[in-house]
Design a protein around this ligand. Structure first.
Ligand code: NAD
Length: 478
């Protein structure tokens, strides 16, 4: 059985203590490979390599850093097929989706930051007898910790700006979906990334992630994952004043007014509910619909949901593949059970699916639940699967009350042709991202992140380059 390696100091290495975790193919519910379960000794080795590489990488010209990052972007593109298959095998997502979204975006992340760093400027503040200018210097060795839902997409979203800004990096992918990160290490070697500049340490959250968070020579942690783990990281980082960026959970509202472009809304709502098996932090899991179109929406949405095909990720005709892991599959099913205990009615799905030939895989039918109060657990807690609730509302105020009632504030979607109303709602919604008449339309220059328990700090564009640099003011009196 294949065992993947860490990438430390430019070399592919097994974990020093020889411990591994099983890696599952969720489409079959079977172990297919082994991933290092590294520990502090591997983290130490990676930090030492990154520290040694830092002065030279920080002094490398922006043009040269940009050239190497562009080369990595090119190689990701050239390996599209291979990376998409690996991503799907680990995660259960349809291969077509990984080919269309995950892998192209991973390449764009490198290409975008390779260009962005060449345009990154700093400020000057003039006084009558002096000039202040601000330097933006890399932090040193930084850590990135990422989740399983969009593995290479989110892994590279952090690494690319960190490297572009001149830092050296210790990166930990999710132990549930590490394969594409491993393939990226091969790509970095081929691209000629100097040794020690990027180090990828595989393993679980406690043995690797927590070690990184508390390591005194890792100057910042950029984390994407659950709110629970984000809180843990914040607690460990605070007393040592480590810089943190936390992108965490969501329970996003999708607010539909009767004056929306109905067909576009329906098409998009199907995607925003169930894309990637509903395992995107930006999925709209609470659908609020204006009373006057509620019944029509309900009928159409149920029909469209029931027409979705769940099946093996290699089948190009499936809409939904497998759920990422057995514990997560059980968690999602337990929330469907909870919704019924709370008085909800299942309008579509609500059950596990057993595709022929893949009966041991972890598949769940896209599920719609109705009849729940906005403040019940099903409507307050993140499920992170192909499960949405629908609820009617009468007024803007009522929609806002429901929308803002959770601990989360990541994204929101509003469907209306009335731009005054859209603007009014956008201002009042507790979320870092508001989409109006669209969903998941991304411009990599925009600030990305959440409010309340969904996030601290912002990623994207200049925000990411600022996070990965320290401003230093220099004042010269004439
Ligand atoms: P998770 O929090 O369980 O794990 C995320 C990463 O943290 C993994 O690499 C894990 O090994 C590591 N980790 C676990 N314990 C740790 C610890 N004590 N210290 C340091 N690292 C530790 O999340 P997950 O289950 O992999 O991903 C799903 C979650 O991610 C959902 O809550 C989802 O909303 C969130 N998410 C958020 C965004 C966003 O942009 N806000 C994007 C994608 C996913």
């Amino acid at each position: 059985m294949q065992a993947i390696n860490n990438y430390i100091n430019g070399t592919l290495l097994p974990p020093q203590k020889g411990n591994y975790l099983d890696l599952y193919d969720p489409s079959k519910g079977e172990v297919y490979a082994q991933v290092p379960n590294s520990d502090h000794t591997d983290v130490e080795k990676a930090v030492a390599a990154a520290q040694q590489a830092f002065p030279e990488w920080a002094a490398t010209s922006v043009t040269e850093r940009s050239r190497i990052l562009t080369k990595i972007a090119d190689l990701i593109e050239a390996n599209l097929e291979r990376l998409a298959i690996a991503e799907s095998l680990d995660n259960g997502k349809p291969i077509w989706l990984a080919k269309k979204v995950d892998i192209p975006r991973a390449s764009s992340n490198f290409r975008f930051f390779a260009q962005a760093i060449t345009q990154f400027s700093t400020q000057a503040h003039e006084m009558s007898d002096a000039i202040n200018y601000t330097l933006r210097q890399p932090l040193g060795v930084v850590g990135t910790i990422s989740p399983w839902n969009l593995p290479l997409y989110l892994f590279t979203w952090k690494i690319a700006p960190a490297l572009a800004a001149g830092n050296t990096v210790i990166a930990k992918p999710s132990e549930v979906t590490p394969m594409s990160a491993y393939l990226l290490s091969e790509i970095c070697i081929e691209a000629g990334l100097p040794k020690g500049v990027l180090n990828i340490v595989h393993g679980d959250g406690i043995k690797v992630g927590a070690e990184m968070t508390k390591h005194p020579n890792i100057k910042a942690i950029s984390f994407t994952g659950s709110t629970r783990v984000g809180a843990e990281i914040a607690k460990v980082a605070a007393p040592v004043f480590k810089k943190v960026s936390l992108e965490m959970g969501g329970k996003n509202p999708n607010i539909i007014f009767s004056d929306c472009n109905y067909e576009k809304m329906l098409d998009t709502t199907i995607r925003s509910s169930f894309a990637n098996q509903g395992q995107i932090c930006l999925c709209g899991s609470r659908i609020l619909v204006e009373q006057s179109i509620y019944e029509q929406f309900k009928t159409d949405f149920i029909a469209r949901t029931k027409a979705l095909k769940v099946g093996h990720p290699s089948d190009d005709s499936v809409n939904l593949g497998a759920i990422v892991s057995k514990p997560h599959y059980e968690k999602v099913l337990s929330y469907i059970q909870l919704a019924q205990e709370e008085g909800g009615t299942i309008l579509a799905g609500g059950n596990a699916v057993f595709p022929k030939g893949y009966e041991k895989g972890w598949y769940i039918a896209p599920t719609i639940i109705e009849g729940l109060a906005h403040n019940c657990r099903t409507n307050q807690e993140e499920i992170f699967g192909p499960v949405v609730t629908i609820m009617p509302f009468e007024t803007e105020e009522e929609a806002l009350l429901y929308a803002n009632s959770t601990q989360y504030g990541l994204s929101s979607t509003i469907w209306t042709e009335n731009l005054s109303r859209a603007n009014r709602m956008a201002k009042q919604i507790h979320a870092g991202i508001v989409w109006i008449n669209t969903w998941l339309l991304r411009d990599l220059r925009t600030p990305f992140g959440g409010v309340k328990n969904s996030g601290v700090g912002r990623e994207g564009g200049v925000e990411a380059l600022r996070f990965f640099t320290e401003p230093k003011n220099v004042c010269i009196q004439f």
